[in-house]
Design a protein around this ligand. Structure first.
Ligand code: ADP
Length: 260
């Protein structure tokens, strides 16, 4: 595994043989990590969906309530109108109840806070993100050493790191020499995990919408990764932000998490 010593930058083509091909223990951990990431992603997606649906459904219910009252007061109305409005309101209330249950379900799993080493978690995230990525991507690491252990939910934080890395892989995909730089450093009581790429950068239309759910510029994108990632970062008293372009010319995202 590539390691960076003394804060120097190490450049290496990533090894695309996942760890589990070589070592059974590492293999099991890798598969577990992958499954946890998927589960955590689904959980977060349910939560984001429920959050987005909540407001329009509440508005719909209010409008239908008003319509129902109006209908009751109107003597000369088309046949069936009252019944159709009543049924619409019932269905809107039912949808609202489903969304409330979804929210309860997806927020039920409390973050499993435990101490973790950010550099180790970053290496695991790189392994996960690289599954199925083009071979030619060059990964540069600049990891500060001996950082204090952090406290948080490593499954959720790994999910954020993988999201950022996958976005960087997508963005740099069109380059002859795709390159991703990952740095980890500490300052002011926070650890900073930065991912920059040499893709085209964030398009001007997306800049203000990046962290909103369901905003995407990708044909098959969901537009949930950054919204979920920022929520996770903020739930850990940290943040996720787009930074000015790095030397690679593309986008640079910084995940900031407090040292425990
Ligand atoms: P998705 O990847 O499904 O589109 P995200 O929330 O992860 O969802 O990203 C939202 C949008 O932000 C992307 O569609 C893209 O337009 C933009 N974006 C994210 N990361 C990058 C990046 N590294 N370079 C350029 N644009 C990016």
């Amino acid at each position: 595994m590539n390691k960076n010593l003394g804060g120097q930058v190490e450049t290496a083509e990533h090894s695309f043989a996942p760890a589990f091909l070589n070592r059974n223990d590492a293999g099991r951990r890798f598969v577990e990590a992958f499954e946890q990431s998927q589960a955590s992603g689904l959980d977060a997606m349910g939560s984001a969906l429920a959050h987005e649906l909540n407001q329009p459904l509440a508005a719909l219910t209010i409008y239908l309530h008003s319509l129902q009252r109006l209908c009751l007061k109107t003597a000369d109305k088309p046949p069936m109108l009252q019944e159709m409005v009543d049924k619409s309101l019932q269905e809107a209330l039912r949808a609202g109840e489903i969304v409330r249950r979804m929210r309860r379900f997806s927020t039920r799993s409390e973050p499993d806070r435990q101490p973790f080493d950010i550099n180790t978690l970053a290496e695991e995230s790189i392994d996960l993100a690289m599954v199925g990525a083009p071979r030619k991507i060059v990964i540069e690491r600049s990891f500060e050493e001996k950082l204090p252990l952090m406290s948080g939910d490593p499954v959720q934080i790994r999910q954020v790191m993988v999201n950022l890395l996958r976005n960087a892989i997508d963005a740099s995909g069109g380059k002859n020499l795709p390159r991703i730089s990952i740095s980890i450093s500490a300052s002011d009581g926070f650890n900073h995990f930065r991912v920059s790429d040499n893709g085209p950068g964030v398009s001007p239309v997306m800049v203000d919408r990046l962290f909103k759910a369901f905003e995407t510029s990708k044909p098959k994108g969901m537009g949930l990764g950054l919204a979920i990632s920022r929520t996770i970062a903020q739930n850990h008293n940290g943040d996720l932000a787009l930074e000015p372009r790095g030397s690679g010319g593309g986008a640079c995202f910084c995940l900031k998490l407090p040292v425990s």
